[in-house]
Each structure stands twice: as C-alpha cells, then as structure tokens.
Design a protein around this ligand. Structure first.
Ligand code: ADP
Length: 215
C-alpha cells in the first residue's frame, strides 16, 4: 500500500503515518524525520538545511526529492510506504515518480490544529510524538521507550503557529488538487481520537489484491 498523507501541521499525519505503517508493515517516510536525522548527524545536507531553516527558508526541492527517492528505493519500501510531509509543494508532487495508491487530506479546523501543536512534545532520540493531554507519556516529560527527555520542536513555537498553518495550507492545497485530478483525493475528518481517525482512513482505502494480504 502506497499512501500519501496531506494536511496542515498538527492534523495528525505523523500519528496516523506511524499507525498505518505498523498495520501494513511498510515504512513511515516522514520528511521531517529525514531532515531532523541529518541535522543531528551533522551531514552536509543537515548543515545546509539547518542554515536554511534558521534563515526562514526550507530545504530545496532538489534535496528533498533526492532524499525521499533514495529512502523509497530501500528494500523495506518495495511493498509500500506511508509518505508524510511529502510532497509538500506542487513542484515536488510534479517531480515525484513513485506510485501512489491513495491520497488522504487530514482535515482539521485551525483551532484544533493549534491546540494539538501547542501540546505536542517529541522524543529527540526515537521521534515518538506525544501530546500533553491526548497522548501523554507515562512519566511527564520522558519518552516511554527510552526515557529520553522530551522536547518541543523549534517550529512549534506559539508565535510561529498561525503563520505556519496558513503557509503550509496554501502550499499543500495545490498538491491536493494535483492528486485529485490525477488519481483521487479523500478528505478525512481528523477530529476525534487517533483510533477514530484511523478507522475513517481504513474505510476509504482501495481494495488490496489478495496476494498482498498477510494472513
Ligand atoms: P502532524 O504530523 O500532522 O503535524 P502529529 O501527528 O504530530 O501531526 O499530531 C500533532 C499533535 O496532536 C501530536 O501531539 C499528537 O500526539 C496529537 N494528535 C495526533 N492525532 C490526534 C488525535 N486524533 N487526537 C488528539 N491528538 C492527536
């Protein structure tokens, strides 16, 4: 199953991406994770993208297209992938040559997205995402898996939020239109708990060939 998850920051792409990836036994390919991994390892790309972010820019399409296609060419992505955060802009969607079986737009009102971003804490070690209220760690401020101290993502700063929501929505909506014209786009109501959202996505998945199912 090859799925693209679109939607504004905070809509739950990372949360659903992880759940679906585990369910289908395919990798959850999140550009945010790829970038953060490069920054923490101080690779050439990591240093370049860190400087770009500090100057208020983004990674270039060329770099992102390269790293995503490289990730998708790894053996574990042969039977599928869940793309989260990519394609983020129309030019990336137009350049992307991979197969896509289903595209979902996780639809969430701005106020709910802001509440989710405000409560989001992440583990810098294993990238698990928590929410102070909806998906709290067992010990406050500490990752359930490796006990690492949880951090806020720099881009989740409250004063940046409204701009980020509007900017991302305006950049990503043309991607949604691109897929609506090319294959199909399914709007998913992203309100409610994560399990309910997963159920809505599963109801809309195209049927899989029987040979691919793992009994
Ligand atoms: P995105 O990847 O779209 O930016 P995330 O998956 O990181 O969004 O979710 C944003 C925040 O909201 C996280 O703190 C996450 O734990 C929480 N969250 C995700 N889905 C839900 C949900 N259905 N209900 C409540 N909180 C959620």
């Amino acid at each position: 199953m090859r799925i693209v998850l679109l939607g504004p920051p905070g809509a739950g792409k990372g949360t659903q991406g992880k759940i679906l990836a585990e369910m289908f036994g395919v990798p959850h390919v999140a550009t945010g994770d790829i970038i953060r991994d490069h920054i923490s390892k101080r690779t050439d790309f990591g240093c370049k993208v860190e400087a770009a972010i500090a100057a208020g820019n983004f990674a270039t399409d060329e770099d992102i297209n390269y790293w995503v296609s490289r990730r998708l060419s790894e053996p574990d992505a042969r039977s599928g992938y869940i793309l989260d955060g990519f394609p983020r802009v129309l030019t990336q969607a137009q350049a992307f040559r991979g197969t896509v079986d289903a595209v979902f737009w996780l639809d969430l009102p701005e106020l709910s997205a802001m509440e989710r971003i405000a409560g989001r804490w992440v583990c810098p070690c294993c990238s698990t995402v928590y929410h102070l209220v909806h998906c709290a760690p067992r010990v406050l401020g500490q990752c359930d898996h490796d006990a690492t101290a949880l951090v806020k993502r720099p881009e989740d700063a409250l004063d940046m939020m409204r701009f980020r929501l509007e900017y991302n929505r305006s950049q990503m909506w043309p991607v949604a239109e691109h897929y609506a014209a090319l294959t199909s786009l399914v709007m998913i109501d992203a309100e409610g708990d994560a399990e309910a959202v997963t159920e809505r996505i599963l109801c809309e998945l195209p049927p899989m060939p029987l040979a691919k199912l793992d009994f």
